[in-house]
Design a protein around this ligand. Sequence first.
Ligand SMILES: Nc1ncnc2c1ncn2[C@@H]1O[C@H](COP(=O)(O)OP(=O)(O)O)[C@@H](O)[C@H]1O
Ligand SMILES: [Mg+2]
Length: 249
Amino acid sequence: MNALNLQGVGHAYLGRTVLDGIDLAVATGEIVALVGPSGCGKSTLSHIAADLIEARAGRVLRGYRRHTMIFQEPALLPWATAEDNIAFSLKLAGVPRRQRAARIADTAARVALLPEDLRKFPVELSGGMKQRVAIARALAVHPDFIYFDEPFTALDVALRRRMQDLVIDTCAGGQLSGLFITHDLQEAARLADRIAVLDSHGKGVLGIRPLPSAPAERTDATNFDWVQSALASDPLFRHIHDVDERQIT
Ligand SMILES: Nc1ncnc2c1ncn2[C@@H]1O[C@H](COP(=O)(O)OP(=O)(O)O)[C@@H](O)[C@H]1O
Ligand SMILES: [Mg+2]
């Protein structure tokens, strides 16, 4: 069974249709990138898939055990230290108190957070550090599916690469599946096993393309060449950089 299966999903806000007839599947162990211009309904689709909002039409089938979400904004609790932010999500996930310290230490090490960072409050952390805490918080509950909603858009280029590497390494074992939303084709090509393009008005998935090999096996050169050739010769990507915001009609 697939980790995620969206069948004919549709949605409307205040009577205005924003998604229609969306079919998309994520196989177990696979990262699917979902690209499309701002306003085309990517976040709405992920919220439906993650059961935060209910679709107006269609079906969502989930084959995974536990998901977490990582957003563009780290969304940390400002009154809690980094460590307590992670602990809070473990508590919510029902992890017994005696196991929490070890889980926090383990995941903090994975995202290269030092013990002294864990004792800091969000206001004392840089943007990159905050996003690391948000990633640690998501990984600590041992998800087998992660929804990424443009998590690195606000980070500078170098940091963004490091965070992408972290995702690639974390997902390399094949135990984790995910839907990675981005409007950056280069980022999608680095992280994903397949790239799905959403119509700019949310009217269906226009097409899906597989990347040549697993993300961890690809080089920067392979990814760069893939993007160049996709932009030059694949009609699916022809309009990907055309529209920035949905037209108001
Ligand atoms: N809570 C909401 N109420 C009304 N309209 C919304 C709401 N959330 C999103 N929208 C609208 O739905 C469309 C899709 O939004 P969104 O899913 O956030 O797109 P994306 O993530 O691709 O930028 C946009 O036109 C947006 O303005
Ligand atoms: Mg969005």
